[in-house]
Design a protein around this ligand. Structure first.
Ligand code: FES
Length: 163
């Protein structure tokens, strides 16, 4: 079937079986930031933004994304939101293994986008599903807290989430 959607801000017509997993489709189309891990929605390595929300693409059927907007890490990596998180990761000494980047970046983005002053406990809870432990949880939480401050400053100290 043909599926009309936006991928990385470009209107696209995908040719795929309706029940093909979106992870498989995206990798076939060359979006290799989408990694194949557990295929059960548990590890986070296949995370994409679907209409600006992080979701595991291994759980979605490609036929179900008609008219949705998909963003992969390839595109997100060119945005100021990515820069904020990347700076925080660098400043806290975090080096990701390359397999879990999408899960960690998109989880961080969703946390700091919704709440510009997230609590440590909230972050701990929100990243607990990320199975890859190339970074210990304490460092990841510290980095996301720092990313929220960097983002807040970049936006001129304007609150965009709950306080
Ligand atoms: S491969 Fe999708 S969550 Fe693990």
């Amino acid at each position: 079937m043909k599926i009309s959607c936006s991928i990385n801000n470009v209107e696209t017509l995908i040719e795929a079986e309706a029940e093909e997993r979106l992870l498989t489709t995206l990798r076939r189309l060359g979006y290799i930031s989408v990694k194949n891990g557990c295929m059960q929605g548990k590890c986070g390595s296949c995370t994409i933004l679907l209409d600006d929300l992080p979701v595991p693409s291994c759980l979605l059927y490609t036929g179900s994304i008609q008219n949705n907007a998909i963003v992969t890490l390839e595109y997100f990596a060119k945005t100021p939101d990515y820069e904020d998180i990347s700076k925080a990761f660098t400043q806290t000494g975090i080096k990701l293994c390359g397999f879990c980047n999408a899960g960690k970046y998109f989880s961080a983005y969703d946390i700091i986008k919704k709440n510009d002053r997230p609590l440590k406990e909230e972050i701990e809870h929100r990243v607990s599903h990320l199975l890859c432990k190339c970074v210990d949880n304490e460092s990841l939480v510290a980095a996301i807290l720092l990313a929220s401050k960097i983002r807040f400053k970049r936006l001129g100290g304007i609150a965009h989430g709950k306080r």
